[in-house]
Design a protein around this ligand. Sequence first.
Ligand code: SF4
Length: 421
Amino acid sequence: MTLLDRARTGITDEIRYISDKEGIDAEVIRSLLCKGEIVILQNNSKRAEPVGVGRMLSTKVNVNVGTSTSSSSLEEEVEKARVGVESGADTVMDLSTGGDLDLIRQSILRAVKTPVGTVPIYQAACKHTSIADISSDEMFNALRKHCKDGVDFVTVHAGVNRKSLEALRSSNRMLGVVSRGGAITAAWMLQNDSENPFYSEFDYLLEILSEYDVVASLGDGMRPGCIDDSSDRPEFTELITIGELVERCRRAGVQSMVEGPGHVPLDEIETSVKAMKYLSNGAPVYLLGPLVTDLAPGYDHFTAAIGGAIAGIHGADFLCVTTPSEHLALPNREDIRNGVIVTRIAAHAIDLVKEGQRERARRMDREIAKARRDLNWQRQLELAIDPEHARRIHSRSKESDVCSICGDLCAIKTMNETDSL
Ligand code: SF4
């Protein structure tokens, strides 16, 4: 039985664990999990510590690592996974497409205790020089292999079907398909003049996920790749299909979440997230951004964090890290670290206003404010999201009690010394 099946009959150990960790009543979690509004990421091999994503739960952060066809160091990717987790990522996705994919995935699974996700179609595609030559068996075999190895969630672009492809062909998108998995699927369908096997044989896909209790992350293959393409027909056509697939997952006892865009201007984020929630009947929303402008290569961790924070106000539950090297190069360790920290700031800003998390998050802010009021630098630095960085900057202040911004005219010190107030 899957966790979802077991939760339908009562509170499970996994639910109790998440309840203790998040400070939310176990019965509330059970009920939201049964409705599909919360997922708990943990393969039934129980390799990972379970992580809950969804309504009432703290906003989670995923970091992507993985080799490419131009850069494929196993050691570096494993190290990047470790750095990502040490910097505070809740989950890791291995998106490798270069080198020994089985070895890299298994090494990452061993290196971290967090849930790990993958995109199995990459492995099927890497075997061939022509996408058309991938067989549907190879797609399902890759999926099974990843589940068997112990991954906890997989991105499947099952919503890329003939309908969404037709919507794409009749659109005049600037950037076409920018999702790697979406592009592989779309190219395979066009070159073979066939329906997407992950869509046409979705029941078989569910059987595999159910066997290993792996969460389906329904990928947005038609996500917009630039501001001009946001919120268009291909994206929403795919989203309607994804909403139907979420219902099929629930009926099969498979947990699912919905992936979302991409590049979205500020005034479309609310509509975008609410449509995802509405069409999926409240499934957890996992966002790849959204980046709020195309104009900042080198700073896309910020453009994504701005979009992620606004998306969170409207219901996004899970943010995928965008690093400073987005659109430019494979991220290095430093990019991973910076991307995770900036995304965690967005996630915490969301939690400050999120139902179920507001009090816990506000307590954290209150603690650091108290330390700031008391000019207790040690405590203030300890409580910072990135203590190491904060400590490095503060060490430039030579003063012992105040900092070098105001020096002797420190406003806090002045008021603390003014007894009459
Ligand atoms: S010196 Fe200025 S900036 Fe620094 S702690 Fe005091 S009031 Fe704040």
